[in-house]
Write a protein that binds this ligand. Structure first.
Ligand SMILES: Cc1ncc(COP(=O)(O)O)c(C=O)c1O
Length: 382
């Protein structure tokens, strides 16, 4: 079957964590209780103020196509948020609203790269990042960002991998799966290397130390990808956006017209409410994640799954499971069957993730404690 697909599709791998989730659901159907720490999705409901705005927009008849780039009110609110948080002065004309960050990436790489162009990214990385590059016939170039590199993309290591074919450098801070962040100096050094930065900032806001830095603080040529799924707990709404250099706005408009016509109208109005009125609720969720983070890191250490660099962003802990074998998918499957705890295999996140397990703290402190207790007992008895 695989061989009958076009070549550009053949490198696109299944998302292993979804296989774990599928098996967890099967166990639940037959009455097993499962604690979910596998999927990177907020367990919180979308804040009420956002839901009400979406409902009102529907009742008010916002059920038609909008302009391809998104409604002006949302583009304006996005530009204002970036300008306010990062001390920028970006015009809303540079904002492209999309149906989630995933379609944003699909369009971005279609616009940026020719067949064979290289895109540098970290290894480990978000599971789907290379897929978007491959579907545009580009070549992902993986730069180690493991224990030796302190789990971030190191500018010196990136410099060595730049070639005439390098089209852009993809960064993701706070990162999935490591939960680590690049500081301002690191982003500045990466921006100075030459190729433009593509910065996936979807976990901005979910940070537990110093404030996040946007790539736009260091380069006007950067492409920012962001969305409402994580910080505002809006995964199912499908709302994201790009901020791009002015000259790229028209190509995005043309592609959006062709691929998606427009983002969803009432979801865009919910997005306006999120930015204008939803921040206090989002900040309350962040406070809760911060508590869970401590429980998770402490608990993992105790059961022999250390997290080498303390994550201070997103909602992930990337635990070293090498002493329990090199096959993280096998280990994640065993843990699920034996303990009813679902976790993500590190192999999902590139070859550099093998031997690790990703624990998402999108669950209550009580469930995290219970889950780690069970996993600890199982690993000790293995
Ligand atoms: C780094 C990163 N980028 C993008 C996405 C996709 O987000 P969206 O729901 O906006 O498509 C995810 C989802 O897990 C992610 O972790």
């Amino acid at each position: 079957m695989e061989n009958s697909l076009p070549r550009r599709m053949q490198g696109i791998k299944p998302f292993l964590v979804m296989d774990i989730l599928e098996r967890a659901r099967q166990l639940e159907v037959v009455g097993r209780e499962v604690i979910h720490l596998e999927v990177g999705e907020p367990d919180f409901e979308t804040p009420e103020v956002i839901v009400r705005a979406g409902q009102k927009a529907l009742a008010d008849g916002h059920t038609h196509y909008t302009t391809a780039l998104g409604i002006p009110e949302l583009r304006e609110a996005i530009a204002e948020r970036y300008n306010h948080l990062y001390g920028l002065s970006i015009s809303s004309s540079r904002v492209v609203v999309t149906s989630g960050t995933s379609p944003a990436m699909l369009m971005l790489f279609s616009i940026l790269i020719e067949e064979g162009d290289e895109v540098i990214l970290s290894n480990p990385h978000y599971a789907c990042h290379p897929s978007f590059i491959l579907s545009a016939m580009g070549a992902p170039v993986l730069v180690p960002a493991g224990a030796e590199e302190d789990f971030v993309l190191q500018p010196d290591a990136v410099r060595e991998r730049i070639t005439p074919q390098t089209k852009c450098i993809l960064i993701n801070s706070p990162s999935n799966p490591m939960g680590t962040r690049l500081d301002g100096e690191e982003i500045e050094a990466l921006a100075a290397l030459g190729p433009p930065l593509v910065s996936d900032e979807i976990y901005h806001g979910l940070s537990y130390g110093e404030r996040d830095r946007s790539a736009l603080e260091y380069s006007d040529e950067a492409f920012v990808i962001n969305g409402f799924s994580k910080y505002f707990a809006m995964t199912g709404w499908r709302l994201g956006y790009l901020i791009v250099p002015e000259r790229y706005v028209r190509p995005f408009e043309i592609l959006q017209q062709n691929y998606f016509v427009s983002p969803n109208p009432f979801v865009q109005w919910a997005g306006v409410a999120a930015l204008r009125e939803g921040v206090p609720a989002a900040e309350e969720m962040r406070r809760i994640y911060a508590e869970r983070r401590k429980t998770m890191i402490r608990g993992l250490k105790k059961i022999g799954l250390p997290v080498h660099r303390e994550p201070d962003g997103a909602f992930y802990a990337f635990a070293d499971a090498h002493p329990f074998g090199e096959n993280s998918l096998k280990l994640a499957r065993e843990i699920l069957e034996a303990t009813g705890v679902a976790v993500a295999p590190g192999a999902d996140f590139g070859p550099g993730g093998e031997g690790y397990l990703r624990f998402a703290y999108c669950n209550s402190v009580e469930n995290i404690e219970l889950a780690l207790d069970r996993v600890g007992c199982y690993l000790a008895s293995r």
